[in-house]
Design a protein around this ligand. Sequence first.
Ligand code: SAM
Ligand code: SF4
Length: 344
Amino acid sequence: MTPYDDSPVQATSTQPSLIDGFGRAVTYLRVSVTDRCDLRCVYCMAEHMTFLPKAEVLSLEELDRLASTFVDLGVRKLRLTGGEPLVRKGIMTLVERLSRHLRSGALDELTLTTNATQLAQHAADLARLGVARINVSLDTLKPDLFRALTRGGDLAKVLAGIEAAQAAGLRVKINAVALKRDNAGELAELVTWAHRIGCDMTLIETMPLGEIDEDRTDQYLSLQDVRRDFSSFWTLTDLAYATGGPARYVRVEETGGRLGFITPLSHNFCEACNRVRLTCTGTLHTCLGRDDASDLRAVLRGGASDGELRAAIFAAIGAKPQGHDFHIDAARPAVARHMSTTGG
Ligand code: SAM
Ligand code: SF4
């Protein structure tokens, strides 16, 4: 298949599937389409980041070819992330290309994770192209705190983005990182707000990824403690709903909404892991918490045939580690790369 072959991927009864060495089927690919971002969240990036030269970043055609090969091999869900996916030039061309797999039935879901600063401009097109739901990252509803946490962001743009997405018919899930110093006292309010506007909400523990400017142990807040606190005024009912990821869901009976807790540090979720991550430079990480990496860009730019590319992907999946290696109290991050490189 050429990079711009628009024909649907043929679903056959012998559709190959990506099974790792521990018997887990890999059906979910996250693709970071850029390392750049219009915000500088304190837990994610250093204030002064050096971004990648353009030549190192995969072109839209290369991203399409790689992602489409994964779909060909049985991936059913694609999530575009970053950096901020909506700041990547031509991003909607890529969404449009990838949406052919939704139409062919090869893909169940095409989605993205965004900071929503530019969502208002793109929401209608995303919905038109078959994106049904998106994740929006938002840690506070206080404009000043938002500006401080993102080093300059404008909360009003994010709220306008969420509104536009809902108006376009997209389902929105709000993700917030729980930060001991900054939003700990506001989390219940954030959940109440999200549920009131009809959004699911997920809280995330900080993960030790990449060197940032602050001490992470200062900001680490255990979601077990948050859950205990919520239980003192809310009724939380465990839900069977599972995504194969690290989130555990409850229903908040008082709001009627769904609430997820992503606790990579206090729970081991690796046994059900169905996902791998592709960076914008074509590096495949089969585990968020390890430094394992396969350079698919070298394979691609070396002129690999479709068969050779598939073989490289199979080899990488076969070597997917059993589990991660995070420790919040370690002096250095367990993994040197930033979340903005891996894509969360
Ligand atoms: N820019 C987009 C956004 O913010 O939604 C997509 C990329 S961002 C890296 C993806 C997610 O990772 C965001 O929800 C962000 O809050 C989260 N994140 C970034 N750094 C993190 C860290 N050190 N620990 C936990 N979550 C982190
Ligand atoms: Fe940008 Fe998302 Fe990282 Fe914030 S979390 S700096 S919005 S990539």
